[in-house]
Design a protein around this ligand. Sequence first.
Ligand code: PCA
Length: 159
Amino acid sequence: MSLKSLVFVYGTLKHGQPNHNWLTETENGCSKYVGDGSTVKKYPLIIASKYNIPFLLSEPGVGNNVLGEIYEIDEKMLGKLDILEEHPNYYIRRIEPIQMNAENNIIECWTYFLKEHKVELLTRQMFTSYDSKGDHGLVYCERYNRDPDYDYKGYLFLK
Ligand code: PCA
């Protein structure tokens, strides 16, 4: 098995969150937990849309040094995560410097950001760490429970 890519997850893919099974499902490929980390740059981590989906907005310097988990994954798993996140049409995956918590080390990891967002999203509460069942009460709505006719993407995007 060759684990070639590093991915930083900050939302529903984290351990104990609703999409973590994507990373552990062996049919999706391989993954290995490397450690906890945080973004070197500050970013807005918000929860938005009527489905309470977590997003990092590509606005460096705004928000917090966001906490998440680093995984080493193979090509197959990266392809699966791109399907889940609909890269490059919905979230966009790009390389981001991530500070490893346990070591004084910065590593480059793939990270999923929301593609061009509406400015209104910057008025949302900005979190440091995501928990679908946090005090915010904005419980994540799984895909199979969403209304296929509702245009929540139009609500999020600029274009
Ligand atoms: N899944 C990805 C991006 C946001 C989400 O819910 C993650 O956990 O990093």
